[in-house]
Write a protein that binds this ligand. Structure first.
Ligand code: SF4
Length: 431
């Protein structure tokens, strides 16, 4: 799959939406990018065509900010240039998987504006009759590309498996994830390929500000319902064994968006892994986790866990605490889990939440370098943080002493300093 890295010949211009959500371009202003509240002019090489499968969002209560082509000054577009006085709204891109943001969309939030829901808001503009966004493809793997999914095939294969496994609550649960939420991992399970999900936990020992399965903030809604039961080791094994035995590039992953923290079900997962590895040693058994319980990691690794993906918004204690709101654990426990998994020969990925302006801030870059030197994870998954950026900055009390490096410069410097470190978006096949 070639990287679609062609760049625009000229500078994309601002786009805005009218009161009904119809999107237009405004050629008199260059599109701006936002990086922790700073309005910046993206370079041409920062742009790619809006990837297939991406969505365009209209941002309520937010006015678009563009840049004067001559002075470079940030300018606010306050109303509809075609209908003076009519309300307009800013626009952003929610990119398809495997793409990492370089800038957030640029806007000014109006008083009493609602919180934005739990998505990532990447800058988007218009040039040469198409939309351009500021991003790069960070993984060539096509496992969640929209082009890989045929709804008719998904429906028939899912219905067939649901009929065959009426008594398996977990398969029935994944049926809802597949047909209602269009979860790519659940779809791939029913299509019998690549990475399949194994959610297990209705509970969690964190209270993440941006939790997508349980939102008590009342400020925005969760994007999917959290599961309400703990599957049995047998229900889990009934999914995992045939998938690992037969699927191409087979991976099964504990820790999904529709559950709490899987480590709270370590007993069940340990028994399930034992059942699975008794039947097959093919494929990869992975755990996506907040990595809060190093002793549980030790047990699961001994049982046969191949890889651990540690979700992390920041390598700085105050920001980690501010986002995860952890219950009886903290960042040092997470780092200890990485050490334990590496010590037992396991593979460790960081599911590193990317937010331009924070990720590439000098303080965060320094903290991450220290973590990488000390704990030596094998891979960084460059996942955009799905949250209202301004709310997030307030929640973690973000501050920085100097302008951000720029996401492209950040990536280049990290790659140079850590040449063995892998970069991507997905969990890799370990065996
Ligand atoms: S660790 Fe996961 S399930 Fe727990 S609060 Fe955070 S996002 Fe939600």
């Amino acid at each position: 799959m070639p990287h679609n890295n062609n760049h625009p010949a000229g500078q994309p211009t601002l786009v805005y939406a009218d009161a009904n959500g119809n999107i237009s371009d405004f050629p008199l202003l260059h599109m701006a990018g936002m990086s922790s509240g700073q309005f910046l002019l993206p370079k041409k090489e920062d742009f790619i065509p809006l990837p297939e499968g991406s969505e365009l969002f209209v941002l309520p209560g937010r006015l678009p900010v563009g840049l004067d082509p001559d002075s470079g000054e940030p300018l606010l577009l306050e109303d509809n240039p075609h209908k003076p006085g009519e309300l307009i709204q800013a626009v952003s891109a929610f990119m398809s998987p495997a793409h990492t943001a370089i800038f957030n969309s640029a806007y000014q939030t109006q008083e009493n504006a609602p919180h934005l829901p739990l998505f990532a808001y990447t800058a988007v503009g218009w040039y040469d009759d198409r939309f351009w966004t500021t991003a790069f493809r960070c993984d060539v793997d096509v496992r969640q590309d929209s082009s890989q999914f045929n709804q008719t095939v998904i429906n028939s294969k899912t219905q067939k498996k649901l009929k065959q496994h009426k008594n398996n609550r977990l398969i029935q649960h994944l049926g809802k994830c597949c047909l209602t939420y269009a979860c790519p991992a659940a779809r791939n399970y029913f299509l019998g390929r690549w990475e399949a999900p194994l959610p297990t936990s209705p509970t969690c020992n964190a209270r993440c500000v941006g939790c997508i399965s349980l939102q008590s903030s009342g400020k925005c809604s969760a994007t999917q319902d959290r599961m309400r039961f703990v599957p049995t080791p047998a229900e889990i094994a009934e999914i995992a064994i045939p998938h690992l035995q037969q699927a191409e590039q087979a991976i099964v992953s504990f820790g999904q968006g529709c559950e709490g923290e899987p480590l709270l079900q370590a007993d069940t997962i340990e028994q399930a892994i034992t059942l699975i590895r008794r039947k097959t040693d093919r494929g990869t058994i992975n755990l996506n986790s907040n990595a809060s319980l190093p002793q549980a990691i030790k047990r699961l690794s001994a049982a046969g866990l191949d890889s651990l993906r540690v979700s992390l918004n920041s390598a700085q204690l105050s920001y980690h605490t501010g986002y995860y709101r952890p219950q009886k654990f903290s960042l040092p426990d997470v780092l200890e889990s990485i050490r334990v998994m590496k010590e037992s020969g396991g593979f460790v990925s960081l599911n590193y939440f990317i937010l331009p302006g924070v990720t590439d801030s000098v303080e965060e870059y320094t903290a991450l370098r220290h973590l990488l030197h000390t704990y030596q994870p094998d891979r960084i998954q460059l996942r955009n943080l799905n949250i209202d950026p301004e709310w997030y900055l307030r929640c973690i009390k973000f501050h920085t002493s100097s302008p951000s490096m720029g996401m492209k410069q950040w990536l280049e410097d990290i790659k140079k300093e850590f040449p063995k470190l892998q970069f991507g978006y997905y969990n890799p096949v370990i065996r």
